[in-house]
Write a protein of this length. Structure first.
Length: 434
């Protein structure tokens, strides 16, 4: 249950923009790929009803229920970063003018017992009246919920609450400490809380019996991350009757594949192959586990020409991405000062000593050697000699030399690939500390 959007992505100069049905349709694609039957209750503009019905019925949907009409907005979302290197930059057209009218659907929804709700700009309390008192509800909170008080209408029926670290509600309740988020989920009478932590994996909290199940992320090339969390929640909810823990792992498998392609047939082939793997094997495969709140425990040294007088938009983008993922970025030029030129040797040595001391405090070096900056290359060499892992992001392709390329844990002109390398590196360091 949720809204049907049109996702519009401008892929770059010379490339054809990509447009596809989004919103609840992402979850539907995931269930179709798994081979699970499902029904959809959708809130959307009238012009999308037939389009959504035809598409969904051709992809495994057994019943389409038009739940609510959207007026004054086309429900089109512009997406600037489909790989979620940093903020995805969602912009919904005419969002301020958008209104929703819930339609009278009678008892059509009473027969459903496993329900996944994707909140949006529509009334959850009105929706609660349509659902069976015996329904087991999973609520995936990405947006559309400002407070857990809005879930009161589902109280006694909530099996799981799913939330992502990119959600504004997570930032408000759990960004600094998990306790307020856990307290709110328990107050909503949820049995489970699934926290999706992007490239760092996810954690399933059993709110009744206690305990945490860490589900690692398997990082590869992210083609499109939009809707990945929706697929995760939907597959988890459908399989929950067989056991919520195993269902969560299976949801993670489907979500991983969803991030790797936008071609439905390829998705279906890969997901169904993965779901045949025995659960004990799936759990043994490992992956990246780096919880949100543990990331700040690692110091990341930024080796880069972080000066005020150079063109460094790639560096600024990298810093923004690192901070988006809650990493503790140590910027020596920001912390120890930018030296005015010319400078005497005493001032140079003072800053040098401070920079070296900071570098030795850090667990990993994230290098962005723009313009073949000699200082950055020296810092990379010092780190390699000290056995400190180095991730090198070379966006301009200026540093393809043996020492930098072979010495770095990851060397790439792709920021996404370098982020994956950083997550993997810190996950290993975390495991070594246990």
């Amino acid at each position: 249950m949720g809204e049907v959007y049109v996702d519009f992505v401008q892929l770059g100069k010379g490339l054809t923009p990509k447009m596809r049905l989004g919103g609840v349709t992402h979850a539907a694609r995931g269930l179709w790929a798994c081979g699970f039957p499902f029904a959809v209750a959708a809130v959307c503009p009238s012009y999308l009803v037939q389009e959504a019905t035809d598409y969904l019925m051709a992809h495994g949907c057994t019943e389409f229920i038009w739940l609510g009409e959207i007026a004054n907005s086309p429900n089109v979302v512009l997406i600037s970063d489909v790989t979620e290197v940093g903020h995805q930059g969602y912009e919904e057209l005419l969002r301020e003018r958008k209104t929703v009218s819930i339609l009278e659907v009678g008892n059509q929804l009473k027969k459903f017992e496993q329900i996944v709700v994707f909140p949006g700009k529509y009334s959850l309390s009105k929706l609660g009246e349509f659902l069976s008192s015996n329904a087991k509800i999973t609520v995936d909170i990405a947006y559309g919920v400002e407070s857990f008080d809005e879930l009161e209408c589902f109280k006694g029926r909530i099996q799981s609450i799913v939330i992502s670290t990119s959600s504004h509600l997570f930032e408000a309740l759990g960004g600094k400490c998990l306790d307020p988020l856990m307290k709110a989920a328990r107050f909503a009478n949820a049995s489970y809380l699934l926290l999706k932590e992007n490239r760092g994996g996810s954690r399933l909290f059993n709110l009744i019996e206690g305990g945490v199940d860490e589900v690692p992320a398997n990082l590869g090339e992210t083609v499109n991350s939009v809707g990945v969390g929706d697929v995760y929640a939907a597959v988890m909810a459908v399989l929950a009757p067989t056991g919520v823990s195993e269902a969560t792992w299976r949801g993670a498998q489907a979500a991983t594949r969803y991030a790797q392609t936008t071609y439905p047939d390829d998705l279906r082939r890969d997901v169904q192959r993965d779901l045949k793997l025995p659960m004990e094997l799936v759990r043994s495969l490992g992956g990246v586990s780096l919880p949100w709140h543990e990331r700040t425990a690692f110091n990341i040294y930024l080796a880069a020409p972080d000066f005020s007088y150079i063109n460094k938009h790639e560096l600024d983008e990298a810093v923004s991405a690192l901070e988006y993922h809650n990493f503790n970025v140590r910027r020596p030029i920001q912390e120890n000062g930018e030296i005015a030129r010319p400078a005497d040797i005493h001032a140079l040595r003072e800053v040098y000593n401070k920079d070296i001391a900071l570098l030795e405090e850090c667990d990993v070096v994230f290098a962005v050697p723009l313009e073949k900056d000699p200082g950055t290359l020296v810092e990379i060499g010092y780190a390699l000699k000290s056995k400190t892992p180095v991730i090198t992001y070379d966006p301009r392709g200026e540093n393809k030399n043996t020492m930098v390329m072979a010495g770095s844990e990851v060397f790439s002109d792709s920021l996404g690939e370098c982020l994956n390398g950083l997550f993997s590196c810190l996950s290993r360091l975390r495991s070594a500390k246990k």
